[in-house]
Design a binder for this molecule. Sequence first.
Ligand SMILES: [Zn+2]
Length: 323
Amino acid sequence: MLKETLLKLLSIPGPSGYESACADYIEAEVKPFVDATARDVMGNLICTKKGRGGKRIMLTAHMDEIGFVVTAIEDKGFLRVTTLGGVNPKVTLASHVVMKSGAPGVLFQESGSEGQLFIDVGASCREEAEQLAQVGDWAAVRGVISDMGNRVAAPYLDDRSGCAVLMEVLRNLPDTDNEIVAVFTTQEEVGCRGAQTAGYAVDPDMAIALDVTIAGDIPRASETNSYVVSRLGQGAAVKIMDRGIIAHPDVVQAMEDAARKAGVSWQREVLTGGATDVGAIHKGRGGVPSGTLSIPCRYVHAPCEMVDLRDMEGAVRILTAIL
Ligand SMILES: [Zn+2]
């Protein structure tokens, strides 16, 4: 079920700010397992399972992925674009993309320059291009989705893998006194904007984000540069810190206790760049004890991100044991 859900999620483009198609799919799937679902102003999908006087636990996974927005259409029919989130031109260059209109395109770089990306939608002039895209339209990478058995490679694994884990948790909610609020957030890649307002509105006693982290266990030229963060297939990663949060010690403890209780392997993660939704949530109101459970992912923000389904299954079991 986890893989099936993940593959479906990977087939729905949703760059930051344009997550509604993804939210539609998730809402339809999880509705039978929760007491209420709602969308807020930011487009967050908030799914609530009522409690019986316990704590209110907020879990998040972001629906958006990095992408592009058209800034201008040139006389020769090329589209100029800006980026949504942390696009790395070096690894995204020469990708197939899909436009908001559904039209296909390819992403390439100006000749003789560094980094200026454009999209070619196959139009021979401005008028032709305008049939396929307007200024302000989004574009998303359209990559191959490779089912490798225990592993999957595709774009959008950041953070559809987290969404798939959270959906699986909702399908298997334990009988608990705690109120569970699962929020599928928007606009994480442009600065955790959806999570910021959702965190305020939900006002949780504890928050845990589900997101990918770097799995740097790949061949490298220099052995001195051996910083790997996490390893694929070694279990979900309990985040100690990143650039957005120093995880609350009680939440770290709760996750590690839960992993022991569930009998699944896990690893610790210290990330020296990047942040997740709880970076915004933990600073809300009077402060929220928060942490992140990470899914190790190779090639983050490339069109060939790779995760291991066993790490994701472990994450489901750890979270279920906490609730
Ligand atoms: Zn992410």
